[in-house]
Ligand binder design. Structure first.
Ligand SMILES: Nc1ncnc2c1ncn2[C@@H]1O[C@H](COP(=O)(O)OP(=O)(O)O)[C@@H](O)[C@H]1O
Ligand SMILES: [Mg+2]
Length: 325
């Protein structure tokens, strides 16, 4: 049994929010139990600690700041790459990334590394975030999204150090790491000292990815491609460009999204024009709006009419143009 001192220390550290102390005491108890011949109790305690550390993205041995978990969002996406509607060339390049990942050991034997540091660039709502999720799903790894903005604003002055911790995790815990809205450090304008900070962060990011030799995949996504520093591109193994959907892609997107709600006689091709200049995300939302409308109002035929879809697309376009000022 743990001593009463240990139990008291454990309770105190919990209520004081001192997670490092808590872990230390828990491990002391494990050692104590092991010595007393209770090997399985000791093993259980150690495994709880290990699991909690992994869940919170805390690295053993690193001077842990619990705030790191605030900047990282771990998910297990379910979309597949086949759900992504992009032009042929882009699809091939994505397939190549997966192919190289799957055969990374074979490549390694010949001194080659798989493409694993990828920059995604293009208009908002064209599937960049979705791509990172689909890659994670295809290779069966968790998606860890690094919230760039939090990283920069919350840790003003120590962002480079925080970034170092994130890269420590990238090394330690294989996964897909998405630096989403990468523009937050690439381009953001702000107060004078913030601009300087962004520069520093960007430079350390570049150094970190240059040095990274982990099993993880690092994906950065940006909407404001044109303004990004060209020094950035050279550090990535691949740069993929995302465009607004063309007529065929718009039709395919509507067909996929409406699914069973698609009225059989609906000629999507004639309608894709109403979706002109809208992004994949906007069209997806218009389809969802139309489905909801049908579900809530129509009693008999629960399918989407041409007029309804055109209305919803127009509505999206209005919102979109207002947003653009
Ligand atoms: N190329 C695409 N193919 C299919 N659906 C898409 C595509 N792009 C966006 N979407 C839909 O819009 C949503 C938001 O897109 P997202 O990946 O966040 O865009 P981005 O990161 O480029 O701004 C996705 O979850 C998906 O439902
Ligand atoms: Mg995105």
């Amino acid at each position: 049994m743990a001593t009463s001192e240990q139990v008291k220390a454990l309770i105190r550290s919990h209520y004081e929010g001192d997670s490092e102390r808590f872990v230390t005491v828990a491990l002391q108890i494990a050692a104590h139990e092991a010595k007393a011949g209770h090997a399985s109790v000791a093993r259980d305690i150690r495994s709880y600690v290990d699991r909690a550390k992994r869940r919170h993205g805390i690295l053993p041995g690193v001077n842990v700041n619990p705030d790191l978990s605030e900047m990282l969002l771990q998910t297990r996406p379910v979309e597949h790459l086949s759900d992504l509607i992009v032009h042929e060339k882009l699809r091939d390049r994505l397939a190549r990334i997966l192919e190289e990942y799957r055969h990374r050991q074979r490549l390694k034997q010949h001194g080659m590394t798989n493409r694993r540091r990828i920059l995604l660039a293009g208009a908002p709502g064209t599937g960049k975030t979705m791509t990172a999720g689909a890659i994670a799903c295809e290779v069966g790894l968790p998606l860890n999204t690094v919230l760039m903005h939090k990283l920069v604003t919350k840790f003003m002055g120590e962002t480079a150090a925080k970034l170092g911790q994130v890269f420590g995790l990238i090394q330690e815990e294989p996964g897909i790491y998405l630096f989403d809205e990468f523009d937050a450090i690439g381009t953001q304008r702000g107060r004078e000292h913030e601009v300087g900070e962004m520069r520093r962060v960007l430079n350390s990011f570049l150094q970190f990815i240059e040095k990274d030799e982990s099993e993880s995949m690092i994906i950065a996504a940006t909407n404001t491609f044109a303004v990004l520093d060209t020094a950035l591109f050279r550090r990535f193994d691949d740069v993929l460009y995302y465009d607004l959907p063309d007529n065929d892609q718009r039709a395919q997107l509507i067909r996929n999204r409406l699914g069973k709600f698609l009225r059989k006689d609906l000629k999507i091709e004639n309608l894709a024009a109403a979706a002109d200049s809208l992004s994949h995300a906007e069209i997806t939302r218009a389809c969802d709006d139309a489905i909801k409308q049908v579900l809530l109002t129509s009693r008999r035929r629960k399918t989407v009419s041409k007029q309804l879809l055109v209305d919803m697309l127009e509505h999206r376009r209005e919102i979109y143009s207002k947003n653009r000022g």
